[in-house]
Ligand binder design. Sequence first.
Ligand code: PEP
Length: 249
Amino acid sequence: MKKLIIGNFKMNTKPSEFKNYAMTFATKTKNSKNDIVICPPYTHLGVAKEFFAGTKIAYGAQNICEEPKGSFTGEVGADMIKDLGATYVIIGHSERRAKFKESDKLINKKIKTALACGLKVILCVGENLQTRNAKQACQFIRKQIDDDLKGIYENELDSVIVAYEPIWAIGTGHVANKRDIAKMAQTIRDEIEHQFSKKAASAITVVYGGSVNISNYKNLLTTEGLDGALMGGACLDVDNFAIIAKENY
Ligand code: PEP
């Protein structure tokens, strides 16, 4: 089955290093049947355009400004990344929520700005360990989905991917177990059904992120109701990431 494989470089590699990566990755994944999205830093998008144009690899940014343009020194707008050929943007990553204090209200605005510009949104949601231990994870995720997608039209959901990324699993080596991931994928669909429709719930793309790597990807990616995976650390190794992206699931 075809899967969506997403790589989030975070703030890693230099554009000059990314050139070699992009060239090698494009060659190695030439015959992949999966959908592949690479999200490097903004500074690498020109390189992504150079090496991924004409391949089946899509690319995107890890953030955008909530405003389309204007006096926002240091920010990057949705149509700027689009102009460089980006078709995706990650919004609401837990690192942005925690380290840059992004609220659900801001995330909702960023999603609307991205969709208005014609970008596909990878919306990250996920609970922390305290919420999980308190057995509040499902409730927490439902609220995030509800707040983040407020005012979005059902037909825009074709351009929204929900990435379930439990915070305690990101970069820690602790992965959620398959049963919990399946349960959360279903919870996400239940909330989409509640907010939109049954049709939207079955059509929405749901991926998992959190310490997916070369040793566990096969097992995790066969989780029921899961359409793919988002990887941080694992995407930095071009050989291993190409293996994951090429796999026949
Ligand atoms: C991420 O950055 O979204 C992520 C899932 O990271 P890692 O794969 O390193 O846990």
